[in-house]
Design a protein around this ligand. Structure first.
Ligand SMILES: Nc1ncnc2c1ncn2[C@@H]1O[C@H](COP(=O)(O)OP(=O)(O)OP(=O)(O)O)[C@@H](O)[C@H]1O
Ligand SMILES: [Mg+2]
Length: 215
């Protein structure tokens, strides 16, 4: 059976991790072997780079340096985990991938989209996900969800600062960025309205998955 590489994208609190687990169950019920992974990170080396990118004391990188760090982590992830697993017929589901770099660093922070594309080309060549879901949520709703989640998780030491402290206009650019990516690549990237409940969102995802499996 053909392996698959599927990615989940969208802003904070959009439901990526929740839906990644739903997708894993869905495929496992069909007897498929599934690997859940995430970016930045996913392999020991890439997780070391993740710490440089997302932890408070990770370093003060310039945008170009940051772009290279994301792709250095991604190359390790693709070459040592994703490609070998897909070649063995497994289904790899990644919570974020290149589209997040384009949306956050490019659309969000204004880093040159052409430079990102050039680095992507050198790092990954023509390798790309078989299918990508952009979980689309109004900015306010996403912030509400991730705040609620934070409240539940508080008590646990959280050293990762992430991108959540950024202002609303940043999140609007981010959302727009993901929608633009989907507009440019409608075959690979499916926008999913993430405002409904978990089951409703997954129903839309599973429709796309079954089309992919029967393509
Ligand atoms: N469809 C949904 N409707 C309502 N709440 C949801 C839905 N999906 C997820 N949630 C809740 O919203 C919060 C964020 O979900 P989740 O962690 O899956 O998002 P995420 O996109 O992975 O966020 P992050 O970018 O912070 O990792 C969780 O508390 C989750 O239980
Ligand atoms: Mg998550």
């Amino acid at each position: 059976m053909r392996g698959l590489f599927i990615t989940l994208e969208g802003g904070e609190g959009a439901g990526k991790t929740t839906q990644a687990h739903r997708m894993k169950e869905y495929f496992e019920l069909q007897g498929r072997e599934v690997i859940l992974t995430r970016e930045p990170g996913g392999t020991p080396e890439a997780e070391k780079i993740r710490a440089l990118l997302v932890q408070r004391d990770g370093g003060n990188w310039t945008p170009t340096a940051e772009c290279f760090l994301f792709f250095a982590a991604r190359v390790m992830h693709v070459e040592t985990l994703i490609k070998p697993a897909v070649a063995e017929g497994k289904i790899v589901i990644s919570d974020r991938f290149t589209d997040s770099t384009v949306a956050y660093q490019g659309y969000g922070h204004g880093f040159d989209l052409n430079v990102i594309e050039q680095v992507r080309q050198i790092a990954l060549g023509d390798f790309e996900p078989d299918l990508t879901f952009v979980l689309d949520l109004p900015v306010k709703e996403g912030i509400k969800r991730s705040m609620a989640q934070k409240a539940v998780a508080s008590g646990a030491e959280n050293t990762e600062d992430r991108f959540e402290k950024l202002d609303t206009s940043f999140h609007e650019r981010l959302r727009h960025g993901f929608l633009e990516i989907a507009k440019f690549e409608p075959k690979r990237v499916k926008v999913i309205d993430a405002t409904q409940g978990v089951d409703g969102v997954f129903k839309k995802i599973s429709k796309e998955l079954s089309m992919l499996l029967h393509a």
